[in-house]
Design a binder for this molecule. Structure first.
Ligand code: OXD
Ligand code: MN
Length: 602
């Protein structure tokens, strides 16, 4: 074995050295490389991927310093059914997570980990989620045998020596072990372009702040800083320490007078979070800028307000459907220095995906490396194809995006994809009522005609696959945070861009026009916009929503802002059923909100 001896900086981090030694003994790699975070190292990782056939360079004139990666067809998404919360008590994982006994899971994984990196390089990736040294940031050390994961961590997090320097003799870091599970037993063994194992485990140990990931090289299974650390482990840590780790975008909205507000928003997958994070307002004089598109950590500041950071430094976005029309700023972010995964390749070595807003070229190579023509009858890019792009390249990145102090959050938005019942926007009556709205957030699996209840998937706070502990306790934590913060807490709003007419047509244009709703939210926070109190929350008063120049029929607007008493009443049994899932852990405050809603509806 040819392990690089740790340098002076590493010698000053005894807990990290011990962790790396343990991992080395277990995985038995050929070589150990400590990532320092340099640009040269990132380029080295890209070249390593090209050498093994994992990646290919894109046309440097069209897409400088960018690569295309194609994964194994059996490794294309997060594996929720193989994702485990291994808390000591199953009751701490709760009804929404897969639970496994931590000792048993570790014994099982130790066997799989034993020798799993034979013949491979083991990368040690010290990373910080959040600006290094920020009181809201947290450190992790990730061990991986995937150059793709290591390179992606360089884009998505702050990696390297600065992190070790900040940690020093500290022991408070998330310990992440990741292997693709394909040892190269003989030096002569040919590697595969995308090594992975049919057996996959994404195991979290919230009590000991550990992540053990086996068999997958893809996305949230392998970039441990993202869902595993920033949401599942961090949510448990946030509960223990009195802060919030949420699946939310963060944006800065500035009015024509130059006054700014910061808005965080949670939406389930496929509801346009990245688009909203980068929207270009249609109302004259208003400006929106991006802080983050996926994760938001919020902590109380000295003034008692909630301050948020985006713990990431990149966007790991779904490519199909991203176009100049749906998200011009995202498209501009992708001009250079990106990793594209499972998109299609053009004849001139550029990228293509469905919904890119241009005619498909006559010839492509699809994500499975097969020739493709528009008559192929199948998509050229995988529906979960991704771009990994540096946040700093986003043309509308806010100057505060990497401020260690974070930004004070004025409003929190919850939303889902609802064809009926839920109006375009409502303001919660209180923090606890807002928590209630977040807890019943849902998207319709199928479009429902107006007035009918669709097939709902409840995804509380968009955290269903990401909450690292019992969701009933998570709701309680939200309520307690509100009690602690009192008057200084952000206002909570519930939005729905997806309301449909009886004929099944979208009533609201969405995308950039959502800025009109954001303006009302801004002005509610400022105390300058009117609202009317209804049984379901506060709705924009007549004329309070800026509709200047917008072509939406008055009848459609009336429908969008209607209080659908009967629809809400019809939904009460499904909310009760949802709440029953949490048993005795459902906070009394949420049960009280449900009763109060029922009474208000009459
Ligand atoms: C994501 C997700 O990839 O939420 O961000 O699934
Ligand atoms: Mn997400």
């Amino acid at each position: 074995m040819n392990a690089m001896r740790p340098g002076e900086l590493r010698e000053r981090c005894p807990a990290v050295l011990a962790f790396v030694d343990e991992a080395t003994n277990l995985f038995k790699p050929d070589t150990v490389i400590w990532c320092t975070g340099s640009k040269a190292e990132y380029q080295y990782l890209l070249r390593a991927m090209v050498k093994t056939g994992t990646a290919q360079w894109l046309n440097p004139e069209l897409r400088p310093n960018s690569v295309l990666v194609r994964s194994d067809p059996a490794d294309v998404a997060r594996v929720e059914d193989q994702t485990f919360i291994c808390s000591v008590s199953p009751d701490d994982a709760g009804p929404t997570n897969n639970w496994s006994d931590p000792a048993k899971m570790k014994a099982n994984l130790r066997e799989l980990f034993d020798g799993a990196m034979v013949g491979r390089v083991m990368y040690v990736v010290p990373y910080s989620m959040g600006p290094v040294g920020s009181p809201i940031a947290r450190i992790g050390i990730m061990i991986t045998d995937s150059a793709y994961a290591a390179a992606s961590m360089h884009i998505m997090t702050r990696v390297g020596d600065t992190v070790l320097a900040a940690l020093g003799t500290g022991t408070d870091f998330v310990r992440g072990l990741h292997t693709v599970g394909v040892p190269l037993k003989k030096a002569t063994w040919a590697d595969e372009p995308w090594p992975c194992n049919q057996t996959k485990y994404i195991a979290h140990f919230p009590e000991t702040r550990e992540i053990w990931s086996y068999g997958s090289g893809y996305g949230g299974n392998a970039l441990l800083g993202k869902k595993c650390h920033s949401l599942r482990i961090a949510s448990a840590q946030a509960r223990d320490e009195g802060w919030l780790a949420e699946h939310m975008l963060i944006l800065k909205l500035t009015n024509p007078e130059g006054k700014s507000k910061f808005i965080a928003a949670a939406f389930p997958s496929a509801c346009g979070k990245t688009n909203l994070a980068m929207l270009v307002p249609t109302i004259p004089g208003w400006k929106a800028e991006t802080i983050g598109d996926d994760i938001c950590w919020m902590k109380f500041g000295a003034d008692g307000r909630l301050y948020a950071i985006n713990p990431e430094t990149g966007f790991f976005g779904v490519a199909p459907g991203t176009s100049n029309e749906s998200n011009l700023n995202a498209m501009k972010t992708l001009d250079a220095n990106c990793i594209f995964t499972n998109v299609a390749l053009t004849e001139d070595d550029d990228i293509y995906w469905e919904g890119m807003g241009k005619e498909p070229p006559a010839q492509l190579t699809d994500w499975l490396r097969r020739p493709w023509t528009p008559s192929a009858g199948r998509p050229a890019a995988h529906p979960n194809a991704r771009f990994t792009a540096p946040a700093a390249q986003c043309p509308v990145i806010a100057k505060e995006w990497d401020d260690p102090a974070g930004v004070p959050i004025d409003a929190i938005l919850f939303g889902g994809r609802r064809a009926s019942v839920v109006p375009l926007v409502s303001e919660a009556l209180s923090w606890r009522h807002g928590t209630f709205l977040g807890s019943i957030m849902a998207s319709e699996k199928t479009a429902a005609a107006a007035g009918q209840i669709g097939d709902l998937r409840r995804d509380p706070m968009a955290m269903l696959p990401f909450c690292g502990y019992h969701m009933g306790d998570y709701f309680r934590h939200w309520i307690e945070m509100g009690e602690k913060g009192g008057e200084t807490m952000p206002k909570i709003f519930y939005v729905n861009w997806f309301r449909k007419s009886a004929e099944g047509k979208f009533l609201w244009p969405g995308y950039a026009e959502n800025s009109r709703v954001l303006k009302w939210i801004f002005e509610r926070c400022d105390g300058t916009a009117e609202a009317i109190e209804t049984p379901i929350g506060k709705l924009p008063a007549d004329g309070a929503l800026d509709l200047d120049g917008l072509k939406v029929e008055p009848s459609a607007m009336a429908e969008l802002l209607k209080v659908d008493r009967e629809g809400w009443k019809a939904e009460l049994p499904s909310i009760k059923e949802h709440f029953e899932t949490f048993g005795a852990k459902l906070p009394q405050g949420l049960a009280a909100e449900l009763t109060a809603l029922e009474q208000r509806l009459g």
